[in-house]
Write a protein that binds this ligand. Structure first.
Ligand code: NAD
Ligand code: ZN
Ligand code: ZN
Length: 373
């Protein structure tokens, strides 16, 4: 990771660009709920005061993109159209303010929760729960994101400098890695010595597995119906990889001498996985539901879940955790497994994600297309 030198500018407004910017760019934009995004040609935004413009180096495709595009009108508080892509690494090519000039030319990971920086949550470092974000969350989630040649970020506060040679595998760390890290890191139960189950070894799950692995659990069980995902889980250090939550329930009972799992991370969130996740828990155990596929859970104190239960549904992760995740990657503790795609291949890539044909994370690299801006 690199840290930019201290600001020296006066703060007065005068947009500065590093290179000549083109007038227009490509952007995959969602125009209608329940539809697929289209490739549009739109103006390259010019940064206003405080804003920064990045040329996109890589943008990861997240299953949440599919949930967003599949949503019926009225479910999500976002105004259409907007450009998708909320896992972004890019290079700062223009700034709207002299105070930000020292960011020019730096490669940066974008923290996707565009928090206010001032509310009580932001001030306490829990900016992923910023109380002022009651509509759009950030670029790609209600506002224009990074599935484009350029992305406009409202403040350099949302950037973390990264090693420009680290490559496209950094992009998934901004969401898949950060969300997985935050889910694991915010557990009151120590992962060391725990019986841990990770459900869904896709973009988020394959990174969660590595974070869990790095903390000396007693045993890790991975669950995924896809053969390739189970093989990946084994490569990444899962002790067992099974195809269904039903198998996991039996296996956990056997492995734990019928005491159950201490920590279950559900990166799918359908009814089956949520229900089985609760069933697998040991007394004092915790179920963390990250997947947004619509499953629900009834909890009470009458025995529906073991004594001392905890259920959590964490959202993304704070800015400080992004720096920690990038640090883990720089130290070689975790690494995203990525398959690169071009901008032109985005529709096929989303279809691969939908059908479970991707391994790890699919990452779009706009500069790879012959037609790149
Ligand atoms: P992905 O498609 O890359 O991975 C999902 C994995 O789950 C796939 O490997 C798939 O084979 C597997 N799977 C599907 N059904 C399963 C089942 N019944 N049992 C076990 N495994 C099953 O998706 P992703 O991008 O990693 O996202 C995972 C989920 O997390 C999505 O619902 C996404 O919207 C959500 N998400 C939440 C947050 C958050 O902050 N809470 C952030 C990012 C993503
Ligand atoms: Zn996401
Ligand atoms: Zn805030």
């Amino acid at each position: 990771m690199t840290t930019p030198p201290p600001a020296t500018g006066t703060g007065e407004h005068s947009a500065t660009t590093r290179d000549e910017l083109p007038a227009t760019m490509r952007a995959w934009r969602l125009h209608e709920w329940g539809s697929r995004p289209t490739l549009d040609r739109v103006p390259v935004p010019r940064p206003g005061p405080g804003e920064v413009l990045l040329k996109v180096d890589a943008a990861g495709l997240c299953h949440s993109d599919l949930h967003i595009m599949d949503s019926p009108e009225g479910r999500l508080p976002y105004t259409l159209p907007f450009t998708l892509g909320h896992e972004v690494v890019g290079t700062v090519v223009a700034v709207g303010d002299r105070a930000e000039e020292h960011w020019l030319g730096l490669t940066c990971a974008v923290h996707g929760v565009w928090s206010c920086g001032e509310c009580r949550k932001c001030r306490s470092g829990r900016d992923n729960y910023c109380v002022r974000l009651d509509g759009a969350i950030g670029g790609g989630i209600g506002l224009d994101g990074g599935l484009a040649d350029y992305i406009l970020v409202p403040s350099a506060r949302h950037l973390v400098g990264v090693d420009p040679t680290a490559g496209t595998a950094l992009a998934p760390l901004t969401d898949a890695g950060l969300t997985a890290f935050h889910a694991v890191d915010s557990q009151p139960v120590d992962v060391a010595g725990a019986v841990v189950v990770v459900i869904g070894i896709g973009g988020l799950g394959h990174l969660a597995l590595q974070v869990v692995r790095s903390r000396s659990p007693e045993v890790v069980v991975a669950v995924d119906p896809r053969r390739g995902a189970r093989d990946l889980a084994t490569e990444l250090g899962a002790d067992h990889a099974v195809a269904s939550v039903a198998e996991a329930v039996d296996l956990v009972a056997r492995l734990s001498g019928d005491t159950g799992a201490d920590l279950v991370f559900d990166f799918v969130g359908v009814q089956d996985t949520v229900t089985a996740g609760a069933r697998m828990l040991a007394t004092g155990g915790g179920l963390t539901v990250v997947g947004s596929a619509g499953g629900s859970l009834t909890v009470d104190k009458q025995g529906s879940v073991p004594r001392g239960w905890r259920v959590a549904a964490p959202f993304w992760g704070p800015h400080a955790d992004l720096a920690a995740v990038l640090g883990l990657a720089a130290d070689g503790e975790i690494a995203s497994v990525v398959e690169e795609r071009t901008m032109d291949e985005v529709p096929a890539a989303y279809e691969d994600l939908r059908r479970g044909r991707a391994s790890g994370r699919l990452v779009v690299v706009p500069g790879r297309d012959p037609s790149a801006a």
